[in-house]
Write a protein that binds this ligand. Structure first.
Ligand code: ADP
Ligand code: MG
Length: 460
């Protein structure tokens, strides 16, 4: 087994998870004493150890532990974890017999490469070793451990994502949630928050695609009275609102370069300064971010900062597209019929079995959100309260809908604002909530679209 030694639970939890996913058995220890006991008792094949176990950050304790391990088990390979910028310490460790070192924050690839090399594993060390790690948990297993309120689905792909998120939920590890639009990234963020010790405190969502760069500081960090012309009172920013709780940095991939720099600074310093204030506020906030972009690609093309990326994704959880969830589509369809009953006041709404099968044959680029919209639309246009294939076919058929609604209202019946709001709603329905396409079709920037969504109170 691989022994991971670190006093930071977020680190040991994420490393064990990564190792397990790659087919390695692992154990953790929080102190040098515990670590030595493990090494004497168990069959340890490799050690990955931190350099600091108390408030001291000199690395002395790490070197001491390394020396103790070397005395007890001279052949046992040791990989050191050191902080950014302490290359001297790492070199000292290598001289004292460590096999390798990695710097924090690391990439999963670096860790697995170092592990594979230290263990002399031939070929790609990242290749999964099949069922070696035993039976994968089912939804029922997870339901015993976690509060799954608000999460519908039992498919293997979804359960795997919840499993990973659940394991790190109780730590303060930063989590990056990836997945196409409408796959439930906010739902998963809520799951993490609900299953963390922070659940009594707020979960604050910030849509970074909608925050213009001129308002960024004030929105996120707040301002004091008089900081700028319109600042008549103090205003708490989103980080202050999230104090003690969790912040969801949604659409993190939309953040512009200056926003990325500011975000990196806050996450590094764990502190921020409200606009116009000279007092630095320390922060205690768990950070979850979400994006439907491929950030690795954005890093390669220079759109996204690599150092910020590593701050955000101690753990990455990928949500599968609806098409990869098998029978979840039927479960979700029934679930949305129920919620539609409640929200639209159709207590007798039912769903034909053949309609469920038909839904299973459709393409769902807008994923779960699109399914929800289609069911709501079908319920609104259906002739009876029993939803059939015909109702869904009509709900899907946007061409005829467009012809029928191709009109300009008579003068005096609508204000410009009403026309604007109607057009936005129509475009959202047409593009199944894909806001990039909505913005494009309306000739708006994403920021301009978000400001209108807020203004008209349109849920997004
Ligand atoms: N697993 C799920 N169970 C129930 N509802 C879900 C699930 N996943 C997504 N939804 C619903 O689908 C819609 C889109 O989810 P959201 O989390 O906003 O997606 P994303 O942030 O990935 O675009 C919301 O109405 C949400 O409640
Ligand atoms: Mg979202």
């Amino acid at each position: 087994m691989i022994l991971v030694i670190d006093d930071d639970e977020a680190v040991t939890a994420s490393l064990s998870l990564l190792l397990k996913q790659s087919g390695y058995a692992s154990a953790t220890a929080a102190t040098p004493t515990e670590a030595i006991a493990r090494i004497e008792r168990d069959d340890v094949a490799l050690v990955i150890q931190d350099m600091n176990f108390t408030r001291k950050t000199t690395g002395e304790e790490g070197l001491e532990l390394l020396a103790r391990i070397r005395r007890r088990a001279p052949d046992l390979p040791v990989i050191l974890m050191t902080a950014w910028g302490s290359i001297e310490l790492a070199v000292e460790g290598l001289k004292a017999g460590a096999r390798d070192f990695i710097t924090k924050p690391w990439t999963n690839g670096q860790i697995l490469h170092a592990v594979g090399t230290a263990l002399g594993v031939p070929g790609d060390p990242r290749a999964p070793s099949g069922e070696a790690s035993g039976r994968r948990p089912t939804r029922a297993d997870l339901a015993e451990r976690y509060d799954l309120t608000g999460v519908t689905g039992e498919s293997r792909t979804l359960v795997n994502a919840i499993d990973i998120a659940g394991r790190v939920a109780a730590t303060d590890a930063s989590i990056l949630i990836t997945g196409e639009s409408g796959t439930g990234k906010e739902v998963l963020a809520e799951f993490v928050h609900q299953n963390s010790p922070r659940k009594e405190r707020p979960l604050v969502r910030v849509n970074l695609g909608g925050v213009s760069s001129s308002l960024f500081d004030s929105e996120l960090f707040g301002h004091v009275k008089g900081a700028f012309t319109d600042a008549r009172t103090d205003r708490a920013g989103r980080f202050a609102e999230a104090e003690g709780g969790t912040i969801l940095l949604d659409e993190i991939g939309e953040l512009d370069p200056s926003g990325q720099v500011k975000m990196l600074r806050v996450l590094q310093d764990r502190a921020y300064t409200p606009l116009g204030s000279d007092r630095v506020r320390p922060m205690d906030v768990r950070v979850i971010s979400a994006t439907n972009r491929n950030l690795e690609e954005d890093i390669r093309s220079g759109r996204f900062r690599e150092d910020l990326f590593y701050r955000l994704n101690l753990i990455t959880v990928h949500l599968p597209a609806l098409a990869e969830r098998g029978d979840d589509l039927a479960l979700l369809a029934r679930h949305f019929v129920q919620t539609t009953r409640r929200t639209y006041g159709f207590p007798e709404l039912t769903l034909d079995e053949s309609a469920i099968r038909w839904l299973g044959t459709r393409r769902w680029p807008g994923n779960v959100r699109q399914l929800r919209h289609v069911i709501e639309r079908a319920a609104l246009i259906a002739d009876s309260r029993h939803l059939t294939v015909q109702d869904f076919a009509r709900a899907f058929d946007r061409t005829s809908e467009r012809d029928a609604e191709d009109w300009v209202p008579p003068v005096g019946t609508m204000t410009v604002e009403e026309v604007e709001k109607t057009m936005i709603l129509k475009s959202i329905a047409h593009h199944d909530g894909n806001l990039s396409r909505v913005a494009e079709s309306l000739g708006l920037s994403r920021g301009a679209l978000y400001r209108r969504l807020e203004k008209f109170g349109i849920e997004h």
